[in-house]
Ligand binder design. Sequence first.
Ligand code: 8YV
Length: 313
Amino acid sequence: MTKPEIIITAKGHAGTMAALQAEFASHNLFEASEKNSFFEKLAPRVRGLATFGPMPVDGKLMDALPKLEIISNFGVGVDAINLEDASKRKIIVTNTPDVLNECVADTALALVLNTLRKFPQSEQHLRAGNWASRGPYPLTTSVGGKVLGVLGLGRIGEAVAKRAMACGMTIRYHNRNKKDVPYPYDPDPATLAKNSDVLMVVTPGGAETSKLVNEKVLQALGPEGYLVNIARGSVVDEPVLLRYLKEKKIAGAGLDVYADEPRVPPEFFTLENAVLFPHVASATVETRKAMGDLQVENLRRHFAGKPVLTRVV
Ligand code: 8YV
């Protein structure tokens, strides 16, 4: 039986790449010297797209592949894929939810701890020889007793809340719709920010949440408040955040995501009140394998005529 043909948009985790290449007749977009002729040549045959990373997948790209049946994304966030365009063309879109919840929540908690307690900065103090020459690192602020405001209390948000409570934090949240959970609900992001010590952004990306954390929200968070973002850079107004950090209009920020990854505005690098991770939330061998397995399984099932496991549209 001939293998279904797919395009792989970017180089992913080695095990996933090996599985995709073994099971499907795969073509690597990231190795193509000329993208237009690459698509033209494959257009009559390609039935699947395995997507990795932030490359936009829009109607124009879908039209360039008229036989496309499925887009299988590596990652829970599908903000780079135009879902409306896919749905209009009856193209299935799948993602990799749940398998990454625990690792992403671990990263969120690490950012809370590191941002409030300034562990990376204090380590830097030691490495620079300042402990012996200048004395102990300045005191920081406790995590226990603080209020964590979760903006986007989904499956990942719940896993973050559980961890934060183990550290003695109390939880509040805002979602578009109130949920049946034991945490107090705030009606909008600014109210949540006002009522929280740490605002934790866990919403999906995309047009609906673009710059949801704007100047009004950061102002409400105030000079004693901290922002942590493990969602998407697009959810926060980045230039405003940068200004608020520089001017100490908020106390600090812990970021795993940025507006234009992997480019991070260099002004961030000089800020003593920011902890910056390079989008590593799900980046463990175990979780990336589980994400890849799910991505491959969705393609496998689709081409075997079975329903996919994690369909978005
Ligand atoms: C990955 C993510 O870093 O799942 C997501 O939406 O942002 C991360 O888990 C990303 O998918 C890697 O391509």
